[in-house]
Structures are given as structure tokens and as C-alpha cells.
Write a protein that binds this ligand. Structure first.
Ligand SMILES: [Zn+2]
Length: 262
């Protein structure tokens, strides 16, 4: 019994791996027919520590490449706003200022993916998965036939701890809670000093942007990231690494090459 289950499982993961690698390689004349091939839709997970520039890449991908970006905050707000069953469960937790559990977030992401499954725009999952549990859930949801059109890939931005510390020393954010746009006094200054370009809010330094906190956050992040990426690798997910130490134009060009296969 167990061996049958195991056989089934390994066969399934082989199919998934073949499916994942199949769409990134160039078309082969005798490739097996795959009805979904034309409908395949890029689902991109961005990995990288705070201040690696992934937020800027996500915004550019949206504006220039026509990506949809979705964060766990977006799906939470959507569910609460539409008073879905999941939203009703999440609302009291959020009102108490507590963290919404992974299982609820995963279910919301799953619903969102299924709703979006017939669309064609490529997607960036912003800040998801954040934990190994979420990563496992994502792989499981992509095995649902309803999500067969998605092609998951990871783009990982690498940046040294020192570079992150340097970048955060220059970082200011909009104090308007609904805006929170991030600026760099070095590479992305506001048009008017101290004022948010988008909403006119006052720009402040985050209290927790101290060197000590930044270093601790970096170490913790890298540990979780390593765990998540090892898991994705074991599932045959393609991972592209891009050095985030380059100027943003080059980072974005590398991103474009990675997500839009020739
Ligand atoms: Zn603002």
C-alpha cells in the first residue's frame, strides 16, 4: 500500500518536474502534445532580503511588462472587504492586531489563484511564500488541476549584508499608513526633500531601521530563504539568481530575461 502511494507520488512529482522544465526549454519538434502549453502563465516568486530592490522590480514588472502583483495583504483585504468565509475568519484576528495564521493565508492564495487561472497576465507573488509552510502549501496548490496553467519560478536577488546595511542607512518611508512608499536618499530620492511624491505625506526613518536590527533581520531572513529554496529545488522549481548589487536597470534587464523566455 505504502509503496503504491510512494510510486504514485514520485510519478506525480516527475510529471511536475517535466512540466516545469518543459516550458523553459526551447520547443522540441517531437515534444509531447500538451493542451495547456499555450495557456501557460508565469507565476514568479521573488526572493531576497529587505532592501534588495525586489519591490522596485515588482513595480517595474507591473508598469513595463504587464505583470499583476499580488501580496498576502491584498488577498487579505479582498477577502475581508468581500466578506468571504475566509475573510470573516480573518477579520477578528486582524482587529486584535494578531498575525493571521498561515493556513488561512494559504487558503486565500489558493482561492485567488483559482479565480485568476483563466487570465493571461504573468503574476508576481509579493512576499509569499514567507515561511516553509507557505512554500509547501503553494506547491500543493499548484498540483490542483485547476491551477495547471501556472508555471512557477523563483527569481532570487542576492545582496550582501553590508550592502543591505548601507542601503537601509539611506532609507526613508512615507509616514502615511496607507501609502508607505519607500525612498532611498541615495538612489531613489523624493522630488521634494522630506515629502512623499505619491501622497504628499511626511517621510520618516523607520524606528527599527537600526544597524543592529537590520543585521538580525538579514540573518533570520537568509536562514528561512535557504530552507524555502532548498524545498523548491527538491520540487524541481527553476531558480534564477540575479545580483542585486548591480544598478537597478541591469537588475531589471536580468529579471526580464529570466521571466520572459526567448
Ligand atoms: Zn506617501
Amino acid at each position: 500500500m505504502d509503496s503504491v502511494v510512494m510510486l504514485k507520488r514520485s510519478a506525480l512529482s516527475l510529471v511536475v518536474i517535466a512540466f516545469l522544465s518543459g516550458c523553459s526549454s526551447k520547443k522540441v519538434a517531437d515534444a509531447p502534445k500538451n493542451e495547456n502549453k499555450s495557456a501557460q502563465r508565469e507565476l514568479v516568486v521573488l526572493a531576497g532580503p529587505a532592501a534588495c530592490g525586489k519591490g522596485t522590480v515588482a513595480n517595474k514588472a507591473k508598469d513595463i511588462l504587464g505583470f499583476i502583483t499580488v501580496s498576502t495583504g491584498d488577498v487579505l483585504r479582498q477577502n475581508v472587504g468581500q466578506e468571504t468565509d475566509l475573510g470573516k475568519k480573518a477579520k477578528p484576528i486582524m482587529e486584535k492586531g494578531e498575525l493571521v495564521p498561515d493556513t488561512l493565508i494559504n487558503d486565500m492564495v489558493q482561492d485567488w489563484l483559482i479565480q485568476q487561472a483563466t487570465g493571461t497576465q504573468p503574476i508576481i507573488l509579493d512576499g509569499y511564500p514567507r515561511t516553509i509552510g507557505q512554500a509547501q502549501a503553494l506547491i500543493a496548490m499548484l498540483k490542483d488541476p485547476k491551477n495547471a496553467a501556472y508555471h512557477l519560478r523563483v527569481v532570487r536577488f542576492t545582496v550582501s549584508e553590508k550592502e543591505v546595511v548601507d542601503r537601509i542607512a539611506y532609507r526613508v518611508v512615507c509616514s502615511n499608513k496607507v501609502c508607505q512608499k519607500v525612498y532611498s536618499l541615495k538612489s531613489l530620492p523624493p522630488k521634494v526633500a522630506g515629502i512623499c511624491d505619491v501622497c504628499g505625506g511626511k517621510l520618516i526613518k523607520r524606528k527599527d531601521d537600526t544597524e543592529e536590527v537590520v543585521r538580525k533581520r538579514y540573518t533570520d531572513y537568509m536562514k528561512t530563504e535557504a530552507e524555502i529554496l532548498a524545498f523548491f529545488k527538491s520540487q524541481g522549481v527553476e531558480i534564477t539568481e540575479i545580483s542585486a548589487a548591480q544598478p537597478m536597470d541591469q537588475v531589471f534587464a536580468a529579471f526580464k530575461t529570466a521571466v520572459i523566455p526567448a
